[in-house]
Design a binder for this molecule. Structure first.
Ligand code: ATP
Length: 541
């Protein structure tokens, strides 16, 4: 059963340095999902933003010469917005955790959890990592030869701290979290399945500890003050996670918000426990409804290590788009990655992607719509569409007129098309974008092969047969370009412009073979621009 994603979110990013390929990846996964849902006609919102409080920001601001952390984040937030703009990340809400409506929501969520009896004050001591902004148990700490202590999971330095904190009774939610993560199939709360099992197994074997959710304000000044206790500041995750609600509504109205129950959070695996244990527990404590699901993706690596701002081992997406063009990078990243595996970035993949668009797809259109050739698509369409309303009619007509010639090839093209169409929605729902993009290439390859075999340019062929071949090639291109819109919003439309498809006929109901009888009349116009060239053109970023 298909899930309807009505609210898609990315993590809110930490503006302590410029964004990199990893941030773009979360945003791209979300953007495609958002565009696809809108394309299907569902009323969908898409939230992204920046997580602007915390010790790391406070320290980075000082290091960069800013007395006021807000000025520091103000100077970095535009880079995140620029990245979104350059990659056509079409969010509907950009939330900053320094916004007043969000601050009000965090305080309100705190108050409700406190009223419900899930927040208490106690002494806290343990191994604290400034970089991860979290305490770790003794078992996850090792001493180095240089006398420093490191966390075994993140390799970040930890130091021993003792202080008064507010605690959240996370331990009270162990059973409810086990129930939540025991749901399988279309009701599963976490995707992919491997992550759900990992979270569930850990919950079944390790008792949850209560969670420290405040820090003394003298140490953490750049944060939201705890309601009625300004000596304490709200822990960054309690603050950050609440953004997902602030983007939609005040806390007190979220139970009746129509988007919230259909929210899909897209996150990297580094923040899985915060989203899959802490977040549902905060919401359950406040008796608020949960989002629909969390989709966890693995990491982009650099020489085997997670690409990260702190390490600086990053690929700069701004440089990539200048060199290859926005939509090519979007497609290449999504074709060459899988959410459930770590991914290695290769420049060659992007270069190859551009060259495939030029030589396979662009060239196919150019061959069929060349003004000098006899391949007059307009004629092909107008003549053949009179009696071709669907693929069955097309194949039957072909078999009747040209028995035993290329029928097998033709049938396998339609089998591939049907497979792609039948699986499209499910693959989208499960973020298997790479399968979709590879299936599109398979079809384009099959069409190119069909053209090579049938040689519609051969003068001895009857016009009607030539027209049918051209029509088939262009109609598959049309349908593929319509399906490609969520992935390559600009290039897909250039491809459709090239074959003269009316802007009104690019919706999902036209993603069917033979469904558009009106396009192509001007496709042979010599002045029409080539959809994609070897070098990046001016219209691209
Ligand atoms: N290497 C990566 N691969 C995939 N996604 C990433 C990667 N790095 C960051 N992200 C995305 O950004 C989120 C974390 O954002 P954050 O700003 O903390 O990035 P970071 O580079 O890891 O920063 P820092 O080094 O400061 O911890 C992840 O959950 C994920 O959505």
């Amino acid at each position: 059963m298909s899930l309807l994603c009505r609210h898609i979110t990315t993590p809110i990013f930490y503006p302590n340095a410029s964004p990199h390929l990893g941030h773009l990846y979360s945003s791209l996964l979300a953007d495609v999902q958002f565009r696809w849902n809108r394309f299907k006609g569902s009323d969908t919102k898409f939230t992204t933003g920046t997580d602007e409080h915390g010790l790391k920001i406070q320290q980075a601001a000082l290091k960069n010469g800013f007395k006021d952390p807000l000025q520091f984040v103000d100077s970095l937030v535009p880079q995140f917005k620029q990245l979104d703009e350059n990659y056509a990340i079409n969010y509907t809400t950009f939330i900053r955790t320094t916004q007043q409506n969000h601050i009000d929501n965090v305080k309100r969520l705190w108050e409700i959890c406190q009223e419900e009896g899930y927040i208490y004050e106690d002494t806290h001591q343990g191994w604290y990592s400034v970089s991860d902004e979290t305490f770790y148990p003794e078992s996850k700490v090792v001493k180095q030869d240089n006398g420093k202590y490191l966390n075994t999971e993140t390799n970040n330095e930890v130091t021993f701290h003792q202080e008064i904190n507010y605690f959240f009774k996370l331990s009270a939610f162990q059973e409810q979290l086990i129930d939540l993560h025991s749901k399988t199939g279309s009701g599963a709360w976490v995707y992919p399945e491997s992550k759900r099992i990992q979270l569930l197994n850990e919950l079944k074997t390790t008792p949850l500890q209560d969670l420290s959710i405040s820090r003394p304000s003298e140490r953490l000044s750049w944060a939201i003050p705890v309601p009625n206790d300004p000596k304490q500041s709200v822990y960054v995750w309690f603050d950050a996670l609440t953004n997902y609600i602030s983007a939609l509504s005040p806390i007190d109205n979220i139970s009746t918000n129509q988007y919230w129950p259909h929210t899909t959070h897209i996150i990297g695996k580094d923040i899985m426990k915060f989203h899959c244990w802490y977040w549902p527990s905060f919401l359950m404590a406040a008796q608020l409804p949960l989002p629909r699901r969390v989709v966890v993706h693995d990491h982009w690596l650099s020489h085997g290590v997670k690409m990260s701002k702190s390490l600086g081992n990053v690929i700069d997406p701004m440089t990539l788009t200048k060199k290859y063009g926005r939509d090519i990078v979007r497609w290449a990243i999504l074709e060459n990655s899988q959410v459930e595996h770590d991914n290695n970035f290769k420049y060659d993949d992007v270069a190859k992607c551009r060259s495939m668009f030029v030589s396979k797809w662009g060239n196919l259109i150019n061959r069929c719509c060349n003004a000098k050739s006899k391949f007059n698509l307009g004629r092909a369409v107008t003549q053949t569409c009179q009696n071709i309303y669907n693929e069955v009619d097309f194949v039957q007509a072909w078999e009747a007129q040209y028995p035993d010639t290329e029928t097998h090839q033709l049938e396998s093209i339609f089998v591939q098309l049907r497979l792609l169409q039948d699986q499209f929605d499910m693959r989208m729902d499960y973020f298997q974008y790479n399968h979709i993009l590879r299936d599109i290439w398979k079809l384009i390859d099959q069409i190119n092969l069909f053209i090579q075999t049938t040689k519609p340019w051969d003068r001895i062929l009857p016009h009607v047969k030539q027209d049918k071949i051209i029509f088939l090639a262009m109609d598959i291109c049309r349908v593929m370009a319509i399906y490609s819109q969520p992935f390559i919003p600009q290039l897909s439309n250039l491809l459709l412009d090239r074959i003269d498809v009316s802007p009104e006929n690019r919706s999902i109901k036209y993603a069917i073979f033979g469904s558009d009888h009106s396009y192509g009349l001007d496709a042979n116009d010599a002045s029409k621009s080539v959809p994609i060239q070897r070098e990046v053109a001016d219209y691209e970023y």
